[in-house]
Design a protein. Structure first.
Length: 263
């Protein structure tokens, strides 16, 4: 009898638990003690202690003077490799294609790579009248674009500063935000509501909406729709909801895959 190809893969539970602990430490800027880490991932303290010590010996974690676990130097190898990664995961491409197909508008995917915001993939819409396809690679004036504002809003201050610098903000159109105070207020609104828009701020006649793909509390990418102004204003709620749904599906798909691997 032929075995089903849909069966979940064999998983080593201790590796899954160690990964959960590593991610828990990564989310805490001040590090975690054994008891805290165990509580966050739902493990007995002795089990968590053994796993944390193993990660420590592998250089993935270190301990500070207060015996809290923090990320270790070996994590830098992983972070550097992720920053250089050019291949886009299929679970993101699936939702990107679905978003363009559902709305008929141009859709693109962007994220942080090598310290910069980069367009990673794009799919053209089916409407006869449509906007130009987003060019792959690093783009300019991120504060003038829905995707850029979204990723800046959820980035830490150091990363925002490295992109924005300290000089005057450049303008692409008369709608571009050039005041740093106004931009900070806009980034706060984006964090509060969970999505970003630009209304002819980068290109006249073009409006965009971007939604975050959030995994483990971290925005790993943005899914964006771009449309001519007249159609965007008419369909704005539908386009925003479609982008948010696709982003949630992408995040859920990655989580589901991870859960399947850990079952």
């Amino acid at each position: 009898m032929k075995e089903s190809t849909d069966a979940p893969p064999t998983v080593i539970r201790s590796v899954s638990r160690a990964a959960a602990l590593l991610l828990a430490v990564a989310r805490e800027p001040e590090g975690l003690g054994v008891t805290q880490a165990a509580g966050q991932v739902g493990l007995p303290a002795p089990t968590a202690h053994h796993l944390l010590r193993t990660l420590l010996l592998e250089g993935l974690l270190v301990q500070d003077a207060q015996r809290r676990f923090r990320l270790g130097p070996s994590v830098g190898v992983l972070a550097d490799a992720w920053g250089r990664e050019s291949q886009v995961p299929e679970f993101l491409l699936t939702q990107l294609r679905s978003l363009a197909s559902e709305t008929g508008e141009a859709a693109y995917l962007a994220g942080w790579r090598a310290g910069a915001i980069r367009v990673l993939a794009s799919v053209q819409g089916a409407h006869a009248v449509r906007v130009a396809e987003a060019e792959l690679g690093t783009y300019d004036l991120p504060h003038a674009r829905a995707t850029g504002k979204l990723l800046l809003a959820f980035a830490d201050e150091d990363r925002r500063a490295s992109i924005m610098g300290t000089g005057r903000l450049g303008a692409a159109t008369t709608n571009t935000i050039t005041s740093r105070r106004e931009l900070e207020a806009e980034l706060t609104r984006i964090r509060d509501r969970g999505w970003a828009e630009d209304h002819e701020e980068y290109r006249e006649g073009v409006c965009c909406v971007a939604a975050p793909v959030m995994v483990g509390g971290v925005v790993i990418a943005a899914l964006t729709l771009a449309a001519p102004r007249e159609r965007f204003e008419r369909d704005q709620p539908r386009l925003r909801d479609a982008a948010l749904h696709a982003a949630a599906q992408a995040a859920g798909g990655d989580s589901a895959a991870a859960a399947g691997r850990a079952a």
